[in-house]
Design a protein around this ligand. Structure first.
Ligand code: ARG
Length: 461
């Protein structure tokens, strides 16, 4: 019966006890629980609510428990209700009455949410550095491929020439926004619920600003009922992860397509692919496929948590205990996905000849041909129509644009001259797209420089 033996005359049913317990999930927060309790004890003694001697006993006791768990001389009892109860019980076993005083002016409701905020704050910081490292890998691969021409697609139909660098760098920009989303989420998460008590604070004259400061929070939360009962910071973390996973999933989908025999644009390294048990020729992009698959899991968990929250009256309800399992899994998946994606990017080989050959095939300079006529004074819509006719003819005759001499073009318009062939070369088409944010090698170099600056700034802050 433990802690609430006063009110109860029966032990909890064994199935109910198992159902109720969250230690299987929340035991990972033992350090944060101890950190939170130490700050609380220090504040209690500074406010003369417990004695200095009790504070010292508590702090030494908690430090002992922490190192004993870390060196595995203390095993966490998986039958305990949660990590908070386990640590408090263990502390009381070790230091007696002082241990029982620790919970003065505190409830598990403010304790658990304090621990979770501390824990997620650390996890998000790790995720942020993983995102930065992936961006750096993408930049390195892009720098080697500034001149690797490939078809850019819309509707997965060859559209206009771009480079492999420009295509990859698009993902880098998405990841930088993901990074800023996590940072922003971390700012909102970084407020202290400690001292909110069960829901209505406490009658003791505690100093919530002090515990907030001791734990590195920006400030104590302004409303005690909000502090113990909302989990928007959990959902927001999951949402940021979902968005990042969605980006990684799209990149993975492209890695899968590009490494197929039909495309052959890249080869994924042996270390990030698997073979088939039956077909010896196979090299399967499992990591990329799993990224796509796990993205579904992450989005599902996010939807699950927001659904769990939507009907809960204030303040704490035990439903909230469901918050941790999902968000821990989400962060674990995201962290591993960022690492595995970095591995794939670092080691993939680019077949730039194949990319360029494909770019030469799909009439992807058709827009340039129309722009050529437009520059000579023809209205764009007329030029578009004429070029459409030329493409129709060429595709019926299964020929490329440069397979024809000037006479054929003249049949469509007198405006055509031999300089058209330069205008429709892939290199020219590309180098002319030098607008800010464009795919020309010059513009991509600028993009990379600017991106590097943004990244080094985020590293400083
Ligand atoms: N294990 C609980 C959780 O994760 C701790 C809070 C329990 N509070 C309570 N009033 N029963 O949410």
């Amino acid at each position: 019966m433990g802690i609430w033996s006063g009110r109860f005359s029966k032990e909890l049913d064994s199935i109910a006890s198992e159902y109720n317990s969250s230690i299987g999930v929340d035991h990972v927060m033992f350090r944060e629980d101890i950190e939170g309790s130490k700050a609380h004890a220090k504040m209690l003694s500074e406010c003369d609510i417990i004695s200095k001697e009790d504070e010292e006993l508590i702090i030494n006791g908690l430090d002992g428990i922490k190192s004993d768990i870390e060196n595995k001389t203390l095993e966490i009892d998986m039958k305990a209700e949660d990590i908070h109860m386990f640590i408090e019980t263990e502390l009381t076993k070790r230091i007696g009455d002082a241990g029982k005083r620790l919970h003065t002016a505190r409830s598990r409701n403010d304790q658990v949410v304090t621990d979770l905020r501390l824990y997620l704050r650390n996890l998000i910081t790790e995720i942020e550095s993983e995102i930065v490292m992936l961006c750096e890998s993408i930049i390195a691969k892009s720098e080697q491929n500034i001149d690797s021409i490939m078809p850019g697609y819309t509707h997965l139909q060859a559209a206009q020439p771009v480079t492999f660098a420009h295509h990859l760098m698009a993902y880098c920009q998405m990841l930088i926004r993901d990074l800023s989303r996590f940072r922003d989420a971390k700012t909102r998460l970084n407020e202290s619920p400690l001292g909110a008590g069960a829901l209505a604070t406490t009658v003791y004259n505690i100093d919530r600003h002090r515990t907030s400061e001791l734990l590195g929070f920006n400030k104590p939360m302004l409303n005690s009922m909000d502090a113990v009962s909302d989990r928007d910071f959990v959902i927001e973390t999951e949402y940021c992860a979902s968005m990042t996973m969605m980006h990684l999933s799209r990149l993975s989908e492209e890695l899968i397509i590009w490494s197929s025999q039909e495309f052959g644009y890249i080869e994924l390294d042996d270390a990030f692919t698997t073979g088939s048990s039956i077909m010896p020729q196979k090299k399967n992009p499992d990591m990329a496929e799993l990224t796509r698959g796990k993205t579904g899991t992450v989005i599902g968990i996010t939807m699950g948590m927001i659904t769990t929250m939507k009907g809960l009256p204030l303040a704490y309800n035990k439903d909230l205990q469901e918050d941790k399992k999902g968000v821990f899994e989400v962060i674990d998946i995201l962290s591993k996905t960022l690492k595995v994606t970095r591995g794939m990017i670092d080691t993939l080989k680019v077949n730039s000849d194949t990319m360029k050959a494909k770019a030469n095939n799909g009439y992807i300079v058709a827009t340039d041909l129309a722009d050529y006529l437009t520059e000579k004074g023809m209205p764009f819509r007329d030029a578009y129509k004429i070029v459409g006719g030329i493409i129709k003819k060429a595709s019926e005759e299964k020929k490329n644009l440069e397979d024809y001499g000037i006479e054929m073009y003249r049949e469509f318009s007198e405006v055509f001259d031999t300089d058209l062939f330069e205008a429709i070369s892939l290199e020219k088409s590309l180098s002319r797209r030098a607008v800010y944010g464009g795919p020309s090698p010059v513009a991509v170099k600028k993009q990379i420089e600017e991106t590097k600056k943004i990244l080094s700034k985020t590293k400083e802050s």
